[in-house]
Design a protein. Structure first.
Length: 202
């Protein structure tokens, strides 16, 4: 199972904005949920890379959130680089389950680098928490920021760093699994696309 997140030059999914940081946390589900020794590589492994860009020289509107400056990635290969894309694919390909927060954005961004996740089972923790919180409180469903959901479950962290966001999302997923008796909805890539477009309820 992998929990992933990206930081990007902006929010345009249509092959215009680019990935600056990709972070993934791969865990053994049983080990993670039972607090086993996650310092062991067989149970837990991190992937965290910064990438250069091909089309952008600055990204001031998004930089104020993730604080990745052009000089931080200057001279680094882009994720369009075949070797870099292969590194990411080799980390993702062996697993069948992905986790993220509003993860369809990240998956669509990865898609432009020919990193295909269309065959994966996907947990979107944003939708899972929306459903959980609405049912628990009787309130109208609406989405929350990742940092606010983490705080709800008692965790604080530095948001808008892809690795820290991934770890927080994994923590929330585990708490929701505990709260919901191990039953959370999973989706396919196509289902999440449809949901994003507002053509189906969550």
């Amino acid at each position: 199972m992998i929990c992933l997140d990206t930081e990007t030059t902006g929010l345009n999914r249509d092959h215009k904005d680019e990935i600056l940081q990709l972070a993934m946390v791969r865990v053994d589900v049983t080990a993670y949920r039972n607090d086993m020794m996650l310092d062991q590589p067989c149970f837990y492994k991190e992937f965290n890379e910064l990438y250069g860009t091909r089309r952008h020289v600055d990204w001031r509107s998004s930089e104020r959130f993730h604080h990745i400056k052009p000089q931080d990635v200057y001279g680094k290969p882009s994720l369009y680089d075949t070797e870099k894309a292969m590194e990411a694919r080799s980390f993702i390909d062996p697993v069948q389950t992905l986790i993220g927060y509003n993860v369809i954005f990240d998956l669509e961004m990865l898609d432009q680098y020919t990193i295909d996740t269309s065959d994966k089972q996907i947990y979107d923790v944003m939708y899972s928490f929306t459903k959980y919180y609405s049912k628990k409180t009787g309130s109208k469903p609406h989405h929350f920021k990742l940092v606010d959901v983490a705080r709800y479950f008692g965790r604080t962290f530095e948001a808008h760093d892809a690795l820290e966001d991934s770890k927080a999302t994994l923590f929330i997923w585990n708490r929701l699994m505990q709260e919901c008796g191990g039953e959370l909805d999973t989706y396919t890539y196509k289902q999440l696309i449809t949901m994003r477009k507002g053509q189906a309820a969550y």
